[in-house]
Design a protein around this ligand. Structure first.
Ligand SMILES: Nc1ncnc2c1ncn2[C@@H]1O[C@H](COP(=O)(O)OP(=O)(O)OP(=O)(O)O)[C@@H](O)[C@H]1O
Ligand SMILES: [Mg+2]
Length: 143
């Protein structure tokens, strides 16, 4: 489990597709402020979208919180998606699923993991699911 060492930046309910849009916008704004590249913003926002959508589709309601992460000299953003829904059966198999294979354009949990630097998921049947993703800030040389 990732320890959050910085302050909380965002904490919002995820109860509808409108909330998914709000989550995307708020994470992008924070990442922009923190100095992330457009590519890193887009990768993380895609994962945020998928994980927030999963809450709406599979659990009905939940929350997303985002915080500043510091580990050693690294700084980043961690987004945590929490719900008290049905939980995920066969999590191992779902995480092995290749995203982009077949007709589906959905990223799924495995696609979200591929877009993140750190990924963790905890789920128990009948109790709920918590997914955490972290993206580290990369210092991009000017030339
Ligand atoms: N928060 C959640 N709570 C309960 N079950 C979940 C949750 N997130 C994912 N699942 C389960 O894991 C399965 C795979 O989800 P994933 O997002 O990886 O794939 P997907 O291709 O996006 O499928 P889906 O559109 O059904 O989410 C879902 O069909 C659902 O059964
Ligand atoms: Mg999904």
């Amino acid at each position: 489990m990732i320890k959050t060492s910085g302050g909380e930046l965002i904490s919002i309910p995820i109860n509808s597709y409108e909330d998914v849009v709000i989550a995307r916008q708020q994470v992008r704004t924070k990442m922009e402020e923190m100095g992330y590249t457009l590519i890193d913003q887009s990768m993380t926002v895609a994962a945020v979208s998928e994980l927030a959508r999963n809450i709406v589709i599979h659990a009905g309601r939940g929350t997303m919180s985002a915080s500043c992460e510091e580990r050693g000299t690294k700084r980043g953003i961690t987004c945590v998606f929490e719900d008290a829904g049905p939980g995920i059966d066969d999590l191992e198999k779902i995480l092995q699923k290749k995203s982009g294979a077949g007709m589906s354009v959905e990223l799924g949990l495995s696609g979200s993991r591929n877009l993140s630097d750190e990924f963790s998921v905890k789920s128990s049947i009948g109790k709920g699911t918590t997914v955490s993703i972290t993206k580290w800030l990369r210092i991009v040389p000017l030339h």
